[in-house]
Design a protein around this ligand. Structure first.
Ligand SMILES: Nc1ncnc2c1ncn2[C@@H]1O[C@H](COP(=O)(O)OP(=O)(O)OP(=O)(O)O)[C@@H](O)[C@H]1O
Ligand SMILES: [Mg+2]
Length: 316
């Protein structure tokens, strides 16, 4: 999809957030454009929630800034709040409140009144497929229904930017698809969506671009294809030779470009640093070293492999 070069709806500019000596966010910069779904992918503790909370004006940066529709989260938090909806990664406990009352509470909190409030609640309930559950108590909702309700509450004031922290966590496949379709519809309506997950495959299909974050830094930004291409310098290779495999085992162990060597019934699987050219060279070298190769195959990388490669060794 080609997106027109408009002003970014979200512009994160050299954002830092330290908690004592913990550098939760370090020099983070990226943009999200109107109509774009930007996936924020990183392992536990990467800094996703911390940076999203700053965007939602629930926390302040140690250094740096972020703009939402041109307004600074530091200098203009009230204006930012009107333009942004934040869905946290927890729902909270609500007793004796039904779906409609819950949305009504948030609509009031955003200053909506009269017909405007009624229309906003109806619009959100219809969009999130909750209209038939209007009178259902919230503590009786399923996880998927609660997530839809939480998304609905995030959208009640019709913000131009949605920040969704792990909205798909714990959902079954069907609920995930429903959520995905809702997010796609929100973006198609011109809103900018920032959505986080640990799982790249979960976001790959709906995100126009993804950013891989670890230790508070963006390691890669681009389309899933661009990031996969930049990770082409690594592959999982399978090799089998005739006869005693111990010679090949020590031959591999002596090389600097081979890692994670595994052996099962004379078949080796290893991670090789290098693209197709380097793999061809590796095969030539194994043959030249006198091993009788009867199998040599390289496994296509999955998105998870790409993610592991990009974030490799940087877990704090
Ligand atoms: N209020 C806080 N006080 C101290 N440290 C914090 C605080 N909030 C977050 N951190 C630390 O900041 C780092 C980033 O945490 P954050 O919650 O942003 O990660 P995350 O990417 O959202 O992880 P997860 O996938 O587990 O939700 C972690 O090391 C965390 O311990
Ligand atoms: Mg988090």
């Amino acid at each position: 999809m080609v997106l027109s070069p408009r002003r970014p709806a979200v512009q994160v500019d050299r954002l830092h957030r330290y908690f004592g000596t913990t550098k939760a966010v370090q020099d983070l910069s990226f943009e999200v454009y109107p109509g774009e779904v930007f996936g924020y992918i990183g392992p536990n503790g990467a800094g996703k929630t911390t940076s999203m909370r700053i965007l939602a004006t629930l926390d302040e940066p140690t250094y740096g800034d972020a703009m939402v529709d041109g307004f600074s989260v530091v200098d203009d938090p009230d204006r930012v709040r009107k333009r942004l909806g934040f869905m946290p990664d927890y729902f909270g406990a609500y007793q004796n409140v039904n779906v409609r009352e819950y949305l009504d509470f948030f609509a009031r909190a955003y200053g909506l009144s009269g017909m405007e409030r009624t229309r906003a609640i109806d619009r959100v309930m219809e969009f999130t497929l909750l209209d038939r559950l209007a009178l259902k108590p919230i503590d009786g909702l399923s996880k998927g229904m609660k997530q839809r309700l939480c998304l609905g509450r995030t959208m009640i004031h019709d913000p131009s930017v949605l920040i969704l922290d792990e909205p798909a966590a714990g959902l079954d496949p069907r609920a995930r698809i429903e959520l995905r379709e809702m997010i796609a519809a929100v973006a198609a309506a011109g809103k900018a969506v920032l959505i986080s997950s640990h799982i790249l495959t979960e976001l790959a299909e709906i995100c126009h671009r993804v950013g891989i974050i670890e230790q508070g830094q963006l390691l890669a930004v681009g389309t899933v294809d661009e990031i996969s291409a930049s990770a082409e310098t690594i592959s999982r290779v399978r090799v089998r030779v005739l006869g005693d495999p111990s010679g090949l085992r020590s031959w591999f162990a002596a090389r600097g470009d081979v890692r994670d060597l595994e052996e099962s019934e004379g078949r080796f699987t290893l991670t090789h640093e290098g693209g197709p050219e380097e793999q061809a060279a590796l095969l030539r070298q194994i043959v030249s070293a006198g091993f009788a190769v009867i199998e040599f195959a390289s496994k296509t990388k999955s998105l998870e492999d790409v993610f592991l490669h990009v974030t490799e060794g940087r877990v704090q």
